[in-house]
Design a protein around this ligand. Structure first.
Ligand SMILES: [Zn+2]
Length: 485
């Protein structure tokens, strides 16, 4: 009997040895159309600018694009949807449940491109400020489509080679208009490509760069994926497989509406008009071109490298009085917490910020969110749950006269704590909490930053002044736990 047990244990050890000692990368990818139906009698509220912007048609489809990679033991999937933003609760939690029911054991990161030409998925852009623009049927279908893209990308996992590269240049920075001082940007473009081990066919091309997909401005009423659509189509045409694009540190505010140089279309050579589909396409094609340039010098990720994953939930105090009114009214439809416990309490208040009306307001409870750090080979990715001001990624904080907290300590600079060659920031990763603003630059009260004549834009779309510290300190904690290379 004893002898049989020993033999059995030995056999198990033998069969498990090859995967434990050496892993081949496996990769898969898939995408799903998430374009809403535009039909007579049905209103689709378009997210991103003012209230009551309704869609009149489709210019080009919007997508949920997913890739999965596996080291033989751990599998992670990243899916990016061409929408304005998705909440950790309920959206990301629900999408993960849908995935886990069909392909368990996969860590799923869900991000949004922050597309300003997509249906309202957060509730903020309905017919009037206190009426949600979410269509519940669309939202449910959207989550299902996002989950389906992930499930298929996992089922498609096959032996693969991975290679990565990054590129930064003046033109990539010029394509990021910057709407707020200090003019700190994050022009780095990161690209990762997976090819089939046997055939060399492309499985996916993943690009991460940073710019608001709002080229068309607030008057456009056609659904489009903005520059992200042109970028992904171009890469799919060039390489085959699925192209996936994720945004990065786009706060403070990086976007095409503030570009101050002429944008030439790379194919026609013509200068494009601001707020035009030609300009959106031109930006996408330029970014695709630089991704291709970068791939010429890509370096392979060794077959033996492993995926290290760090995950932490944390709580973000909801300080913004407008967001608190929206949460109390159920427009921002997510759970509130006090000391980590659900808490739906509210009070009725007169709000000078909202025209002096009396409204129910959440008490300043917290939202629950999640931060991730993924490390493999020379690559380290962090998720940020919103629109990060690039100073928090790269440094460059400035103490301006007029700031509300002129002596505030600087938050940790995220990339200074990242330990691998490729430092990738996934914006709107697993949540969209709005702007993540350095405390020393916070400016909600006159006089305005650097004695500018008018109010500083940004704080109105931030949960509050503590978000930056909580996000950066939590990431530093996770990054410190990653073993040295
Ligand atoms: Zn934004």
């Amino acid at each position: 009997m004893i002898r049989r047990v020993v033999l059995f244990t030995f056999a198990v050890l033998l069969t498990s040895l090859p995967t434990a000692a050496h892993a081949d990368w496996r990769a898969g990818a898939a995408k799903r159309d998430i374009t809403p139906n535009i039909e007579p009698g049905k209103v689709v509220y378009v997210a991103g600018f003012g209230n009551n912007r309704t869609a009149t048609g489709i210019h080009d489809p919007i997508w949920a694009r997913a890739f999965a990679i596996s080291d033989g033991q751990r599998t992670i999937a990243l899916v990016v949807a061409d929408v304005i933003g998705l909440f950790y609760e309920p959206d990301i939690v629900r999408i993960r449940q849908l995935v886990a029911a069909r392909t368990p054991g996969v860590h799923v990161i869900v991000a949004s491109t922050h597309n300003h030409n997509s249906p309202d998925t957060m509730g903020l852009w309905g017919p009037a400020p206190l009426i949600s623009g979410i269509n519940p049927q669309y939202q449910q279908w959207l989550r299902q489509q996002i989950a389906d893209a992930v499930v298929e990308s996992v089922r498609q996992l096959r032996p693969a080679r991975l290679r990565v590269a990054a590129i930064t240049n003046r033109h990539l920075a010029d394509l990021q208009g910057d709407g707020r001082i200090p003019f700190v940007k994050d022009p780095q473009l990161f690209v990762m490509q997976a090819t089939e081990k046997e055939t060399d066919k492309t499985i996916f091309t993943f690009v991460q760069w940073s710019d608001h997909p709002e080229t068309l401005g607030g008057k456009n009423r056609l659904i489009t994926a903005d520059y992200c659509g042109a970028l992904c189509s171009e890469l799919e045409e060039r390489y085959g497989g699925v192209a996936v694009y994720a945004n990065g540190a786009i706060g403070g505010l990086l976007g095409p509406l503030d570009i101050h140089v002429p944008v030439r279309h790379p194919k026609t050579g013509q200068i494009t008009r601001p707020r035009s589909f030609e300009q959106a396409e031109a930006i996408g094609l330029w970014v695709a071109k630089y991704a291709q340039d970068a791939l010429q010098n890509a370096e392979p990720i060794a077959d033996t490298s492993r995926i290290d994953l760090r995950v932490k939930q944390t709580y973000i105090p909801l300080e913004n009085i407008r967001f608190r009114a929206l949460a109390a009214a159920g427009i921002i439809d997510r759970p509130l917490y006090t000391n980590g416990k659900p808490d739906r309490r509210r009070e009725v208040r007169k709000l000078p910020e909202l025209g002096g009306v009396k409204l129910p307001v959440a008490l300043g409870q917290a939202l629950r969110t999640e931060l991730n750090v993924v490390t493999f080979g020379p690559v380290q990715m962090v998720t940020v749950p919103g629109e990060l001001y690039p100073e928090l990624a790269n440094g460059g904080y400035v103490r301006y006269p007029g700031a509300d907290y002129p002596d505030a300590p600087f938050e940790p600079v995220i990339r200074e704590h990242m330990t691998r060659k490729y430092k990738v920031i996934i914006g709107l990763g697993n949540d969209e909490l709005g702007y993540i603003i350095p405390r020393c630059e916070w400016d909600n009260r006159a006089p305005w930053l650097n004695n500018q004549p008018s109010e500083t834009y940004g704080e109105i779309n931030s949960c509050g002044v503590q978000v930056a510290r909580i996000v950066t300190e939590t990431l530093v904690e996770l990054l410190r736990a990653v073993p040295a290379p």
